[in-house]
Design a binder for this molecule. Structure first.
Ligand SMILES: Nc1ncnc2c1ncn2[C@@H]1O[C@H](COP(=O)(O)OP(=O)(O)OP(=O)(O)O)[C@@H](O)[C@H]1O
Ligand SMILES: [Mg+2]
Length: 504
């Protein structure tokens, strides 16, 4: 719904952004080694690389969060000193973070006005609303200005983060894995609208992504990092997904398919009966959900975000036929393991080391502990070193604080801890491959299938339909809190499934 009101800022062409020979060291570790990249005005540029390759470090150097050890950042062909995000903003560069930065209790309008670096002391809301209405009229997305943030769905919040940058007149937009919180339809919508802005010459985008599908569909150019070094650059029109994967890894790698085996004497492990639970904002997240997960079976639930570990409201949860509360003691007694979303926040202690985090589940059991409580640090370290090897966790050492690892390697640390136990009974995983590079995704999928084949009952909550179709034996769709679709995966109607996921 466009009106004839003039935009508050006239749309200028985006400036060229170029990084030349940038090096960043953390202590003795070189995270970036002489990396160069050029984002030409009005292009959609993807930054690719395995977990820990240095992608986030590179954009944090551009944004002034980190001071480069050496090298140059050029904006409009001039070397610039960018010491803070405020400086970056001054040069027209803005970034959208993976985590939302808006204030939940305030409205969309209040958040937009407050995000302005020149926020006046006294806000004239009449003037501000006129200005915002004019801005909204020309913006690619529409969000009701008077809605409190807490009532927005994840997709709308992500759109607001992007709107905020456009409102701040950012001309070069940096996105660090922007679609991980979005459903595939929402991701296509957001990227499609940004694509239009780029094509119209209003915007340049530099996007970090692990999703080849999005890179192929929306971007023009790719730059690839490998172990902190520039590994390649090219135009998407000239490249295949295999070419990009090859640049990322430096070698060809085949997927490792794991066949499902039939499980004899399967029995119910997890039973949900009329379960109702609330979301943070008080709206019902699930309402009278009933389902059973049997041993040796993967049950997939499509279309929810962050509903896995909410406090229970009403209804029953049974594990092995007994009433169950998700406490550490009951989880240990029933051998329940979980892979929650946002592992750094929900499943790790960031300032503790990789070894300590890996031991969180078992530190009071032998062999890590003798006599029940005496911790054996050497055993904890030895176990962690084995897991780092097995799960390819990229970390300087097992003594590094987990908060210093790259996003994907935090995920691997938690997976190593939760999946390495030999007697898992029930595994509950929420978006387990969120933020992982493709070889890690392949590995995690094979581990989940192997667990299923050993007789583990798996409840897999995911927004990734391909993942659900690949792994699940049975599939459910949850929409506005209700289970609206159920089918064995083999006979599921993909079209109906997609529609139900989108809430139709
Ligand atoms: N503040 C820090 N202190 C020490 N090491 C760090 C710090 N930040 C990043 N590193 C290291 O730098 C390397 C690159 O990390 P970075 O976060 O840039 O990776 P990434 O390419 O974004 O990976 P992912 O896809 O997993 O997000 C990693 O090995 C990481 O452990
Ligand atoms: Mg990263």
């Amino acid at each position: 719904m466009k009106t004839a009101v003039a935009a508050p800022q006239t749309k200028t062409a985006p400036p060229e952004l170029e990084v030349i020979n940038l090096t960043k060291r953390f202590g003795t570790f070189t995270a970036l080694d002489q990396v160069s990249i050029k984002v030409t005005p009005g292009s959609f540029h993807a930054l690719l690389g395995e977990n820990g390759a240095g992608k986030s470090t590179l954009v944090k150097c551009i944004m002034g969060f980190y001071t480069p050890t050496s090298g140059d950042v050029l904006v409009a062909k001039q070397s610039r000193t960018i010491a803070s995000p405020k400086d970056a903003h001054h040069f027209g560069i803005g970034m959208v973070y993976q985590h939302f930065t808006s204030v939940p209790a305030m409205t969309v309008a209040e958040n937009l006005v407050l995000s302005r670096y020149d926020s006046p002391q006294w806000i004239n809301w009449k003037t501000e609303y006129d200005r915002l209405d004019a801005f909204m009229a020309t913006s690619p997305f529409q969000i009701d200005l008077r809605t409190p943030i807490s009532q927005l769905a994840a997709g709308q919040k992500q759109k607001l983060e992007i709107l905020k940058q456009l409102y701040l007149n950012s001309r070069v937009l940096i996105l660090d894995e922007p679609t991980s919180v979005l459903t595939p339809d929402e991701a296509d919508e957001v990227l499609g609208l940004l694509r239009e802005e780029v094509t119209a010459g209003h915007l340049s985008v530099l996007m970090i992504s692990h999703k080849f599908r999005e890179v192929m569909a929306f971007t023009d150019e790719v730059t690839v990092l490998r172990k902190g070094k520039l590994a390649g650059h090219g135009y998407v029109r000239d490249l295949t997904v295999d070419d990009m994967a090859h640049m990322m890894l430096g070698e060809k790698k085949e997927a490792t398919p794991v066949a499902k085996v039939a499980i004899a004497d399967s029995r119910p492990v997890l039973e949900l009966k009329d379960l109702c639970a609330d979301r943070d904002n008080g709206l019902p997240a699930v309402c009278s959900a009933s389902l059973i997960v049997n041993s040796g079976e993967i049950v997939g639930i499509a279309g929810v975000s962050g509903n896995g570990q909410r406090p229970r409201h009403s209804g029953d949860i049974l594990v092995n036929g007994e009433p169950y509360q998700p406490t550490r003691r009951e989880m240990a007694r029933h051998q329940v393991y979980t892979l929650p979303e946002e592992p750094l926040r929900n499943a790790c202690v960031p300032h503790m080391s990789v070894a300590e985090n890996m031991a969180l589940r078992t530190f009071d059991c032998p062999p890590q502990a003798r006599h029940g409580w005496l911790l054996s640090l050497s055993n904890i370290r030895r176990m962690a070193e084995g897991l780092v090897q097995r799960f390819s966790v990229k970390t300087p050492s097992v003594d590094t604080p987990v908060g210093h690892l790259s996003g994907g390697n935090v995920q691997r640390t938690v997976l190593a801890r939760e999946l390495s136990s030999t007697n898992i009974n029930l595994l509950i995983a929420a978006n387990p491959c969120f933020g992982l590079d493709f070889s890690a995704v392949d590995y995690i999928h094979s581990q989940i299938l192997a667990a299923r084949n050993r007789g583990v009952a798996v409840l897999l909550v995911s927004e990734d339909l391909d993942e659900l179709l690949k792994l699940s034996d049975r599939i459910f769709v949850i929409s506005t809190g209700e289970l609206v679709y159920e089918s064995p995966t083999a006979t599921a109607d993909i079209k109906t499934l997609g529609h139900k996921m989108a809430g139709h």
